[in-house]
Write a new protein. Structure first.
Length: 214
């Protein structure tokens, strides 16, 4: 069974998923863990006397407090600040994985990202991962789950992922990709995704420098 992380990787680059599965030694860096932990401390971080200067935030302390103030007005504040369950393993029909926060009363799920949010919405791989988590929660609870959330705690932001027909289609496409991988998928050429990939040195994907493009 595919994991939520598998589906996100398949949506990002199937070749990356191939190397991750082959190596079977992927570990989340401590720097990422530290950033994610911010998502479980919103009430404390929002306190006027909190020492934000020592926290791994990506904006100024003033901006961060303002963002957390907006977060308090969010419809999902209870889930974000006081979830019923945290770090929950969800087992769906097609995929399994960890949901960082779960509301059981009105089944809702939230995932935490250590990265930077886009201008609007969420990044496509994160959308696939959120849909996977929502569908797994729906499968376990036997209730419909119409939306999920993706948190960007270093920015004090949260984005809503509605389970639209289009997003479900992207999820099914990623699921099909993940299931079909039995060897190295085709290389991606000249793609900016390669720059940040931990498998770039061994992948063999051809990229061109700015000098060559000019």
């Amino acid at each position: 069974m595919s994991t939520f992380a598998d589906l996100a990787a398949a949506a990002y680059c199937p070749r990356k998923l191939y190397y991750r599965r082959r190596d079977d030694e992927f570990e989340i860096p401590e720097t990422v863990r530290a950033k994610r932990r911010l998502a479980f401390r919103y009430p404390d971080l929002a306190a006027p006397d909190s020492d934000l200067a020592s926290e791994p935030i990506a904006v100024t302390p003033t901006q961060y407090r303002a963002n957390l103030g907006c977060l308090r007005e969010h419809d999902a504040w209870e889930l974000l600040a006081q979830p019923d369950r945290t770090e929950v393993l969800l087992e769906g029909k097609d995929a399994r994985g960890i949901a960082h926060k779960v509301d059981d009363e009105t089944p809702t799920v939230s995932l935490v990202s250590a990265g930077e949010p886009p201008e609007e919405g969420v990044w496509a791989p994160q959308s696939v991962r959120a849909v996977a988590a929502a569908k797994a929660l729906a499968w376990e609870s036997g209730e419909s789950v119409e939306r999920a959330y993706v948190e960007y705690p270093t920015h004090g932001r949260v984005r809503t992922v509605e389970l639209t027909t289009r997003k479900k289609a992207r999820y099914r496409e990623a699921l099909a990709r993940a299931r079909s991988i039995d060897g190295p998928p085709s290389r991606i050429e000249n793609d900016a995704k390669c720059d940040a990939c931990e498998y770039r040195s061994r992948c063999g994907t051809k990229t061109r420098s700015l000098r060559s493009l000019l």
